[in-house]
Design a protein around this ligand. Structure first.
Ligand code: NAD
Ligand code: APR
Length: 230
């Protein structure tokens, strides 16, 4: 079981050039959540939703991991399974930085899910052109992302890890979306020390033992140095 659980949100990828959701110019400024991030929105206007995620999938090719992603990967090199990264992000920047022990609780842009047979397959291209499922042949693929009203992935594993962790760190998340927003209380109730690293105090800042404000690209490497050198 991991000693340290790190929860990451859109803020950790902001310095890589991936827009966040709720900040000024964030993704939810230009789109209505209920149109592009709910099962009902998908049923109403499939093409718009597919295009929204197709654009974001294509944009991944233009961005690179930053110092915060790299610092977490370096920490995993030393701690191995002693570190678990739970991310709300659907980008692949943790993996490209070298992290392996990562749970994508809101799914992954680079995977598609077949609504007919349930297969989850790697996906790099577009979905708006209605490609068929490589497993069953149905033209019924959707992005493998968790929408509002759906249940996030691997909650049992996450819950167990939080209960066992000595330290819980939250990086670059507004604390506006449950269940991730409740992880700090869960970990703390089970005895973890809790630390927030975010550009500004999040909605749940007061739940943490300590909250540091600044850019993830600076705060995360500085915190990792503390873990290494005390
Ligand atoms: P909710 O109860 O509908 O769903 C929350 C659950 O869905 C959580 O378990 C969450 O982890 C999960 N989820 C599903 N898809 C997600 C995604 N794409 N990103 C993050 N989490 C996702 O949501 P709620 O928080 O109780 O909010 C109710 C409604 O308020 C939402 O359905 C949405 O329409 C709206 N909302 C708007 C904003 C915004 O920024 N404008 C933010 C949150 C919610
Ligand atoms: N360094 C650190 N924190 C940053 C930086 C940065 N360079 N830039 C922005 N932030 C902070 C913001 O201050 C904000 O508190 O990151 C946070 C980003 O919050 P959101 O945009 O709300 O993103 P997130 O918390 O990941 O959203 C949660 O909501 O819509 C869903 O599926 C979506 O997974 C996402 C979930």
């Amino acid at each position: 079981m991991p000693q340290i659980v790190v929860l990451t949100g859109a803020g950790i990828s902001a310095e890589s050039g991936v827009p966040t959701f709720r900040d000024a110019d964030g993704l939810w400024e230009g789109h209505r959540v209920e149109d592009v991030a709910t099962p009902e929105g998908f049923d109403r206007d499939r093409a718009t939703v597919q295009r929204f995620y197709d654009e974001r999938r294509a944009a991944l090719r233009t961005v690179e991991p930053n110092a915060a992603h790299r610092a977490l990967a370096e920490l995993e090199e030393t701690l191995g399974e002693g570190l678990l990264v739970v991310t709300q992000n659907i980008d692949d920047l943790h993996e490209r930085a070298g992290s392996r022990n990562v749970i994508h609780m809101h799914g992954e842009l680079l995977k598609a899910m077949c609504r007919s047979c349930g297969a989850v397959v790697p996906w790099e291209g577009t979905l708006a052109d209605e490609p068929v499922c490589p497993k069953c042949g149905a033209a019924d693929l959707r992005p493998d992302v968790v929408w509002f009203g759906e249940v996030p992935y691997e909650m049992d594993r996450i819950s167990d890890a939080l209960a066992d962790a000595a330290l819980f760190v939250s990086v670059g998340t507004s604390g506006a979306v449950y269940p991730a927003a409740g992880f700090v209380q869960h970990a703390r109730r089970h005895g973890a020390r809790t630390l927030e690293l975010n550009l500004e105090p999040s909605e749940g800042s007061h739940f943490f033992h300590e909250s540091r404000q600044g850019r993830a690209g600076e705060l995360v490497p500085a915190w990792v140095r503390e873990v290494f050198w005390g």
